[in-house]
Write a new protein. Structure first.
Length: 117
């Protein structure tokens, strides 16, 4: 995920979502810091600087990152209590599970997901 301010965006994911940063490095001639967050399963979330990305995401529905949780009700309440912008409350998707949609500080949408057992 690219940002004009990867440090601030990484702080959001660390402090608001509780993700654990497992790697921090520098890249490019200007030594911009990037951040990597490991997931229980799947691909890590990597946040990097990009000079052509600035301001809020104009198309936040284009890419949605899903974070699987065990208790969607308590996690959604926790994010709401941490003043994370809620886009859509918990809703059911038949034969899949439950989803709640939020936005990060760059305007990227992400979802909490509780799949059926």
């Amino acid at each position: 995920m690219f940002s004009h301010n990867p440090e601030k965006l990484a702080k959001f994911y660390r402090e608001k979502l509780g993700l654990k940063a497992t790697f921090e490095g520098e890249m490019g001639d200007d030594k911009k810091t990037f951040y990597m967050f490991e997931m229980k399963e799947g691909c890590p979330l990597t946040i990097l600087y990009h000079d052509k990305v600035d301001g809020m995401n104009d198309n936040p529905e284009r890419v949605l990152i899903n974070y699987e949780v065990d208790d969607i009700e308590s996690e959604a309440k926790r994010l709401e209590g941490a003043d994370v912008k809620k886009i859509a409350g918990i809703y059911h998707i038949e034969d899949y599970g439950y989803v709640a949609t939020f936005a990060d500080i760059d305007g990227n949408y992400f979802q909490l997901v509780k799949t059926k057992p």
